[in-house]
Design a protein around this ligand. Structure first.
Ligand SMILES: Nc1ncnc2c1ncn2[C@@H]1O[C@H](COP(=O)(O)OP(=O)(O)OP(=O)(O)O)[C@@H](O)[C@H]1O
Length: 288
């Protein structure tokens, strides 16, 4: 199996918006970050993979199998973490384990217990008595305890403190270290992805902007800072968007090789962060 996940020309149309023609794939042993501003379509893509909503077009294969025809086999090997707690609030981890574990062919009680211990979650504490971070860690423990080959996490670190976030990222690193498992990780917190993602898929207004290796993005894009005087019309065209202030400008370009010879030596060229790539690209699209 080459791809753990393969999405080809996926489309979902709602009454007043649409997610159109999304294609990307994920190989074993990697973390894919799914980024985009609010309403971009990230959750819709994840729900479609999980067959929680009906797609209008396209092909979605998980472990090389159609996600609807082979839904049961596939879900047995997916660990799914949704951005909101979807377990019964009045139950305890122990009770939830006894209800959910029979649905998985490879449920590992010892592993589940060891995650709870590592996350400092009590087996007999009701979910409703847990903090947001504890609920998220509990969801992750559930997702990791049945030998899932694909972990799908929708905003797993949103609203969590840096210590909990770091624990979650460390665990995800352990998950992929074996080389046969992969993670699809949707988030606004692009700093987390700087740390662990190998690939980035960027959606905006229901469209795919790119799906690329993270390192390739750092080669392709650059942040340029300098004095406003050098920004003539031709130079502006080579930026995705530019931020100007009384002292100068900062812009994102995907054409640094063309720009370099045109620019004064006064400019500073820096490697962009994922957040800068996202923000400047979205701004550029809004103001075309
Ligand atoms: N059930 C629905 N009915 C109608 N429109 C919907 C429905 N679910 C999502 N949408 C629309 O689809 C678009 C994409 O929404 P989606 O929740 O997938 O975005 P998102 O990238 O996950 O956003 P966020 O980061 O805010 O969670 C939005 O315009 C949203 O309003």
């Amino acid at each position: 199996m080459k791809h753990i996940l393969e999405i080809k020309n996926f489309s979902k149309r709602y009454q007043s918006s649409a997610i159109e023609n999304i294609s990307f794939s994920l190989e074993p042993g990697y973390v894919m970050g799914l980024i985009g501003p609010n309403g971009a379509g990230k959750t819709t893509i994840i729900k479609a993979i999980m067959n929680l909503i009906k797609k209008d077009d396209g092909v979605i294969n998980v472990f090389g199998l159609d996600h609807i025809v082979h839904e049961q086999v596939i879900k047995d090997q997916i660990g799914f973490v949704y951005d909101e707690n979807y377990f019964y609030e009045h139950l305890t981890p122990k009770q939830i384990e006894s209800i959910i574990s029979p649905f998985y062919s490879e449920w590992n009680h010892q592993l589940f217990k060891s995650y709870l211990e590592r996350f400092e979650i009590l087996q007999n504490q009701k979910i409703k008595q847990m903090s947001k971070g504890m609920k998220m860690k509990f969801s992750i423990a559930m997702a990791l305890s049945h030998n899932a080959k694909l972990l799908i996490l929708d905003e797993p670190t949103a609203g969590l403190d840096p210590i909990v976030r770091r624990t979650i990222l460390d665990i995800l690193r352990e998950v992929i270290a074996g080389g046969d498992r992969s993670v699809l990780f949707s988030t606004h917190i692009t700093g987390d992805l700087e740390q662990i993602a190998d690939y980035i898929t960027f959606v905006h207004q229901g469209k795919l902007i790119f799906s690329k290796e993270k390192e390739e993005l750092y080669d392709q894009y650059a942040i340029v800072k300098g004095e406003k005087g050098i920004l003539d019309r031709d130079i502006r065209k080579l930026f995705l968007s530019v931020d100007e202030n009384p002292y100068g400008f900062e812009g994102l370009t995907a054409h640094i090789d063309q720009l370099r010879p045109l620019l004064d030596e006064q400019v500073i060229i820096e490697r962009p962060t994922l957040e800068q790539i996202m923000v400047y690209t979205v701004r550029g699209k809004c103001c075309d």
